[in-house]
Design a binder for this molecule. Structure first.
Ligand SMILES: Nc1ncnc2c1ncn2[C@@H]1O[C@H](COP(=O)(O)OP(=O)(O)OP(=O)(O)O)[C@@H](O)[C@H]1O
Length: 807
């Protein structure tokens, strides 16, 4: 590091309690106050190199006698930081020389001092000790002898001994006193006195007294080791031939008691006690000390044997689940089965339930209800975006800023070893260069292995077998197979309009009223208004947007209520609603508050009724969706253009549909010979163009759109369809039927063409929805075409087609 040549006139000041930095000495300063943090971030870390940064270290001075503010200019040697359990930065600084603070001002929130340098820097190589002064010369020689003696008592390989030996002959006299004073044992006030001793003779004398006292103490103790109690509750273990080792006795005892009371398993206790003993022997300024203490604190805070009392009563559980959530029968039934088995077999291992469904269908809130009904603590671990193994398993303690993984952190927060852990969005985990978090979760979720789960930070096994893990996901596609295998999937499908109406009036509205400080008697929301919100303002499988829209209505009413309660003295009005209570939120008012309809059925219908357009049904992780397929032809070179952000499977399926149409069009009197097609470009588009789509289920829709295009006959506008097509025109079954049917129903479509083999899936669809729809089950594309066009598509070919299933 380049030597500091001079001390700048203006430097930031850092006030330190209970410690005095002397020139030549080093100090580790923990920084937690916000203004000091700001100083480190905006001053120290903004300058390069670090070794050129000079700051003023000021002792929190008990001298209030108006004496000048004397501190030490110091160079910053190292900056380290941890974020957990709370943000803390540690500065390692080395004292350069004394300074006097002449003026203090603020730079942002931290103090800046205008300072005057009081003594020479050691790099100046100028000795302030006047060699001509015989008294001072003899004092200095006496001092050097005392230091030699002190050195002989130290372990010759210790850091203190090595440092002193190197400096004894090379260091200027005035500086030697400071270095020795910072190494020998001295109280805070004694060190302050040495800092204040601007006169070199006085400084040498005071330090000599300290060294002599040290010899006296050694002589009076025949024992190899003595404990001397000093002020401020600090103990100094003096071992002959070793360095002085301060240790915070009280804190150590407290930590030891805490560890003993934590009911650690015997093998963990053994490991931890070893660390505690190491900690006791460490010098107080060592960087490792903070790490080990932090570790032991966390170990002692873990709920090794603390659990909440579980109450399993399946009748109560059923009531609680019904009270909190409407519908979701399949999920509730599975949860009750699980609880029933648990009631019979208390040490049930697994299974891990994973609720899979579109956003906003209540997966997370059911998890919370399960914890409530069991009387267990609930903790949600959001796994969305986690792409680091250490997020699950923690960092090894050797890393700077190491902390335990989310499982251990969660246990520490809930304080019991049998909480309900909701692993939210398990399908949104990624994997990066720092390992795959899914692999770490394998161990967590395996009932056979998780009784000895080892977090890298804790480094001792913790029994997770009492934790009830529940996972949630929007889709299983991105969950690695091994992880999927550990879990039992429970599908949570989207809601029908009726179910949404019930959820909105019985659950969401009361919740929103309460959240906005309103009471039910202030608002009247008729069912037509809720239906209007559901159909024209939301297009979702769950109820999250619906809840948000209800929140918007509540806010409008809240303005009205606030105006009523606290009228403006000038009679001014903000609210545009009527003044009488309850406020009647009829559809007109709803439209006024929420603005024009966002989704309107008229929108979809205006795009239908043209040749080349057919309505398909898609399944995404957000639920079912109505998907238009548009086909158009133009003069060209026989090129096929597919747009709409399609995956490979979907592109193949579109090509396949086109080829079926090419080979079979003649049956329908369409002339699609090579000549015609060679001069025609075809474009098939799947709006919305920016949303990625994949899968084979649009096959029959593409074929229908193409047949509509070539025959110039529009597809019936109330028909939606889904199904995979083969080259022979066979229609194969597809997934997500319930979601797709609900989406078609939401969009106001009334006839749905489904593969024959999907008929069984209709069992899951509520009868209220089924009653309003007409289902056409098909096993061949010819049947699709007959059902999709009003009056069917005229068949003019010579071959006769049987419309019975060939599958
Ligand atoms: N069946 C239901 N009965 C009552 N309230 C419900 C129901 N389903 C959902 N809700 C409410 O809808 C809101 C959203 O639910 P939640 O956050 O649990 O959805 P989620 O399925 O976990 O969504 P995501 O996949 O986005 O995490 C919550 O306020 C929840 O209480």
């Amino acid at each position: 590091m380049p030597p500091i040549v001079s001390i700048p006139r203006r430097i930031p000041l850092l006030v330190v309690s209970n410690e005095v930095l002397l020139p030549g000495g080093s100090l580790r300063i923990p920084i937690t106050r916000s203004e000091n943090m700001e100083m480190v971030k905006h001053w120290i870390l903004n300058r390069s190199p670090l070794s050129s940064v000079v700051i003023g270290i000021m002792p929190r001075d008990p001298r209030d006698d108006g004496s000048p503010l004397i501190g030490t200019a110091a160079v910053v040697v190292q900056v380290t930081g941890v974020n957990w359990p709370q943000p803390m930065i540690t500065l390692l600084v080395t004292g350069l020389c004394r300074i006097k603070v002449e003026k203090v001002s603020l730079a942002g929130s931290f103090p800046m001092g205008t300072v005057m340098q009081l003594d020479k820097l050691s790099s100046d190589n100028v000795d302030e000790v006047d060699a001509e002064d015989p008294v001072l010369a003899s004092l200095l020689s006496e001092f050097r002898q005392a230091v030699q003696k002190y050195l002989s008592l130290l372990d010759e390989n210790s850091a203190t001994a090595l440092k002193l030996k190197a400096m004894l002959n090379s260091l200027p006299g005035h500086h030697l006193a400071d270095v020795c004073a910072s190494l020998v044992k001295a109280s805070y006030t004694e060190k302050l006195e040495i800092l204040d001793a601007l006169d070199v003779t006085e400084r040498l004398k005071k330090t000599l007294t300290l060294i002599s006292r040290h010899f006296a103490e050694m002589d009076s103790s025949p024992d190899q080791s003595v404990i001397l109690r000093k002020p401020k509750q600090r103990n100094f273990r003096i071992v002959k031939g070793h360095e002085l080792m301060p240790m915070e006795d009280d804190e150590m005892n407290q930590l030891e008691n805490k560890l003993n009371e934590a009911s650690l398993p015997p093998e963990v206790h053994k490991v931890v006690m070893k660390d505690l003993n190491r900690l006791k022997k460490m010098p107080s300024f060592g960087p490792e000390k903070g790490i080990i203490r932090n570790y032991l604190e966390i170990v002692s805070d873990m709920p090794w044997s603390k659990s909440s009392k579980e109450t399993i009563d399946i009748y109560k559980a059923q009531k609680d689940l019904d009270a909190d959530h409407y519908a979701m029968d399949k999920l509730k039934q599975r949860v009750l089965e699980y609880l029933a088995v648990r009631q019979l077999k208390s040490n049930l291992k697994g299974p891990i339930l994973c609720f899979v469904g579109p956003p906003g269908v209540g997966k997370t809130s059911v998890g919370r209800s399960i914890a409530q009904t069991l009387g267990r603590e609930f903790h949600r671990i959001s796994l969305g975006g986690v792409c680091n193994q250490s997020d699950i398993r923690g960092h090894r303690r050797t890393y700077i800023g190491a902390m335990p993984g989310r499982i251990v952190q969660g246990l520490k927060i809930v304080g019991v070893n049998n909480p309900v852990f909701l692993l939210d969005e398990i399908d949104k985990m990624g994997s990066g260069i720092h390992g795959d978090p899914a692999a770490a979760l394998l161990e967590v979720l395996d009932p056979e292995q998780n009784c000895t789960f080892v977090d890298h930070f804790l480094n001792v096994p913790f029994d997770l077998s009492q934790v009830l893990f529940i996972a949630t996901a929007n889709s299983v596609k991105s969950i690695p197979p091994a992880l999927l295998d550990r879990m039992e999937l429970v599908n949570v499908p989207g809601y029908t309009q009726e179910e949404k109406l019930h959820i909105a009036t019985k659950h969401l509205l009361p919740k929103q009223l309460e959240a906005h400080g309103l009471t039910p008697d202030l608002v009247h929301l008729p069912d037509e208004s809720v239906k209007l919100i559901i159909s024209d303002y939301t297009r979702e499988a769950g109820v999250r947007t619906l809840e948000r829209k209800l929140g918007a209505l509540c806010r409008a009413v809240a303005v009205q209520v606030a105006e009523e309660k606290f009228p403006s003295p000038s009679g001014e009005k903000i609210s545009t609603l009527a003044t009488s209570f309850p406020v009647d939120l009829d559809p007109l008012r709803v439209e006024k508050i929420l603005g024009p309809a966002i989704f309107s059925k008229a929108d979809l219908w205006s795009r239908l009724g043209q040749p080349g357009v057919a309505v398909g049904l898609a399944w995404t992780s957000a639920g079912g969706e109505v998907m238009l397929v548009e086909a158009s032809k133009m003069e060209g070179d026989g090129e096929l253009v597919l747009t709409g952000h399609l995956g490979d499977v979907m592109k193949e399926s579109a090509r396949l549909a086109l080829n079926w149409v090419r080979t079979q069009a003649s049956k329908y009197g369409l002339k699609l010979n090579g000549e015609t097609l060679a001069h025609t470009d075809l474009h098939i588009h799947f709006p919305a163009g920016a949303v990625g789509k994949d899968g084979p289920s649009a096959g029959i829709t593409v074929a229908t759109a193409l047949m509509s295009l070539f025959s110039s006959k529009p597809v019936a506008s109330d028909v939606a369809m889904t199904g995979e097509i083969t080259l022979q025109g066979v229609v194969l079954p597809v997934g997500g039927v319930k979601e797709k049917v609900l989406a078609a129903h939401r969009a106001g479509l009334r006839r749905i063409i489904l593969p024959q083999k999907c008929e069984k899936d209709l069992l899951e669809i509520p009868s209220s929805v089924k009653e309003e729809l007409v289902f056409v089950f098909v096993s061949h594309i010819d049947e699709v075409l007959q059902a999709a066009f009003d009056g069917g598509l005229p068949f003019v070919g010579s071959q006769s087609i049987e419309f019975t299933s060939k599958l």
